[in-house]
Design a protein around this ligand. Structure first.
Ligand code: 5GP
Ligand code: ZN
Length: 114
């Protein structure tokens, strides 16, 4: 997608320090962190939101979650815990319409979220 900010990060048009990088996804620090660790994991493919995914995205979706778990293990906060969030469309609070997984850690989170 020509004007999508996350496509630009994924394909290097916006140079970014990547936390993780493979054939299917990239991960990078959120610009406005909501926790001591706040990482976004996004597919390289432009997908509007979780709501537009289909059966053909199952492998990619599983890969995003497996990558979140791997980053948590590698960075050493898996045992303390973390939160994974996918804001979806208007009521879900989605503001960037390129599917992304928030990986938040470094503090305790309340539930239900606001
Ligand atoms: P959403 O509200 O769509 O679930 O999350 C979008 C997230 O993207 C927000 O947490 C916001 O801070 C982050 N964000 C928006 N623009 C940029 C950017 O240009 N770079 C980075 N690293 N994060 C961004
Ligand atoms: Zn995109």
């Amino acid at each position: 997608m020509e004007d999508c900010i996350f496509c630009k990060i994924a394909d290097g048009r916006i140079p970014s320090e990547l936390v993780h990088n493979d054939d299917i996804c990239v991960a990078f620090n959120d610009l406005t962190p909501q926790a001591p660790t706040h990482i976004l994991i996004i597919p390289r493919e432009h997908v509007h939101s979780l709501a537009t995914t289909t059966d053909q995205h199952k492998d990619m979706l599983g890969h995003l979650l497996a990558t979140a778990a791997k980053i948590a293990r590698d960075k050493g906060f898996a045992d303390d815990g973390y939160r994974v969030v996918i804001n979806t469309n208007s009521d879900g609070g989605q503001t960037v319409f390129h599917l992304h997984v928030h990986l938040l850690a470094g503090r305790a989170f309340v539930f239900p979220p606001g």
